[in-house]
Design a protein around this ligand. Structure first.
Ligand code: PAF
Length: 298
């Protein structure tokens, strides 16, 4: 479903397929003029049920919903899977029309990066971007916050929805919206899991059948760590290191397995009751991330 050079919008069922910023802005101006509210779901395509749960929720929260598909090169590091991140635009558009979407926005690189990707202005959220995934993927979150800022400014939504699977990303975007005083509410949505507990992700497609049958162990390790944390919150360093070792012993390569404060991802302090347990681990050529929330009763 590639646009011809002159094509700016196209209607598929009741969905507007919009390829360019001026066309996007003119539809949004009409919606705003009519007093309609807008929900926005940014994605990189390869849509699965996790994305569709965001769309479903979005459509109950606003008059119009926009989904964007843009594989953002600046959030991929050297040697990461940017080239491998295949476009599934036709399949994605079909799923979105079947789910009653109003507008699919598919910008191209030149529009979002008019000065080129190297010379581009960046938006960076300090501190939160350099820990956990940020430590292993330098520049990744600055790539995310830069593109999300551009998308939010142009789609002008009242609300924007993000999955909690990328929990660190969600907190970074919330912080960015607060710091830049952007008039949008950020809504986090629960992780959608496969029947065996594996968090849905476009990158699960990189797993071979043998790896796929093992992959849900990452969620089981999170559940076991959560159970241990509930029983003994003083044990955090041991829980973290033993969980990472247990994943390594069954063929994962854990980058981190970390228990953090739920609201700011800082190292826990004595007396804390609300935690997020977060993990990133390689299985074959797939880098899997997942997390679980733990709240201790008083
Ligand atoms: O979570 C993602 O798919 C991406 O990081 C996002 C938010 C669409 C920005 O490219």
């Amino acid at each position: 479903m590639k646009p011809s050079t002159s094509q700016k919008t196209k209607s598929v069922a009741n969905m507007e397929l919009v390829y360019d910023l001026p066309a996007l802005r003119s539809i949004i101006a009409k919606w705003k003029h009519a007093g309609a509210s807008i929900a926005f779901v940014p994605t990189m395509g390869n849509l699965h049920d996790g994305h569709l749960s965001l769309l479903e929720r979005a459509s109950t929260m606003a008059d119009h919903t926009i989904v964007s598909i843009f594989v953002n090169p600046i959030q991929f590091g050297l040697g990461e899977d940017y080239q491998r991140y295949t476009s599934t635009l036709d399949e994605d558009a079909e799923k979105l029309t079947a789910n009653g979407l109003d507008m699919l926005f598919v910008p191209n690189l030149e529009q979002l990066y008019p000065s080129g990707i190297d010379a581009d202005t960046r938006v960076t959220v300090p501190e939160l971007s350099n820990i956990l995934c940020g430590k292993f993927r330098p520049g990744h979150f600055s790539g995310v916050t830069t593109v999300v800022t551009k998308l939010l400014i142009n789609t002008q939504p009242d609300i924007a929805l993000f999955g909690e699977k990328d929990y660190q990303q969600l907190l970074i975007i919330r912080r960015m919206v607060t710091d830049l005083c952007l008039p949008v509410e950020i809504v986090g949505m629960p992780i959608v899991r496969e029947a065996d507990g594996l968090a849905m992700s476009s990158r699960n497609a990189y797993l071979n059948p043998q790896e796929r049958s093992k992959a849900s162990m990452i969620y089981k390790a999170l559940q076991a760590a959560a159970e241990r944390l509930r029983r003994n919150p003083e044990d955090i360093p041991a829980i973290e290191s033993e969980a990472a070792l247990s994943l390594d012993s069954v063929g994962f390569r854990a980058e981190y397995f970390s228990i953090r404060r739920l609201d700011d991802l800082a190292e826990p302090r004595p007396g804390d009751r609300r935690f997020s347990i977060l993990v990133a681990a390689w299985l074959g050529s797939a880098r899997l991330i997942d997390n679980i929330k733990v709240e201790l009763n008083e």
